[in-house]
Design a protein. Structure first.
Length: 145
């Protein structure tokens, strides 16, 4: 999200130091990925609040590294890349919280409850925002296809 490998490495190091310091406090070992993600998110937002990296974040392409694996023909590959670009463009137009909800659900696979806990929204709000964003994407894609 920060598009600076040095900053990303610092955040990662801080997260794992905190994990090492707090590993005995984590009761449910299945929640470790959730804990790591939430801590990384908090570290990133803390960095945004405390530094001049805000401009870098606004210019960043958050989904640049995400690709859909495929073994299809060149035409299908082109269609998928075109679809990914449409989704990226539409996500850049929405509220950052809604964008984060979409990325957490669709790309990271978090549950509604986990997303609500990370973003501090109730589950129904998460579902509602995700539904509205999906409908917007479907409407935009159906106009093109």
């Amino acid at each position: 999200m920060c598009m600076d490998s040095m900053v990303a490495e610092d955040i990662t190091q801080n997260v794992f130091i905190k994990f090492y310091q707090n590993q005995d406090k984590i009761k449910n070992k299945k929640s470790v990925p959730f804990w790591l993600f939430k801590t990384a998110r908090n570290e990133f937002y803390s960095l945004l609040r405390n530094s001049k990296i805000r401009k870098l974040y606004s210019e960043a392409e958050e989904l640049e590294g995400l690709e859909i694996e495929n073994e299809n023909s060149i035409a299908e590959d082109f269609e998928k890349k075109e679809l990914e670009e449409i989704v990226r463009e539409e996500l850049d137009k929405v509220n950052p919280i809604n964008k984060e909800i979409f990325v957490l659900k669709e790309y990271s696979g978090f549950s509604y409850k986990e997303i609500g806990s990370i973003i501090q929204l109730d589950i129904e709000s998460v579902k509602s925002r995700l539904y509205k964003l999906r409908q917007k994407l479907i409407k935009k894609i159906s106009k093109i296809v």
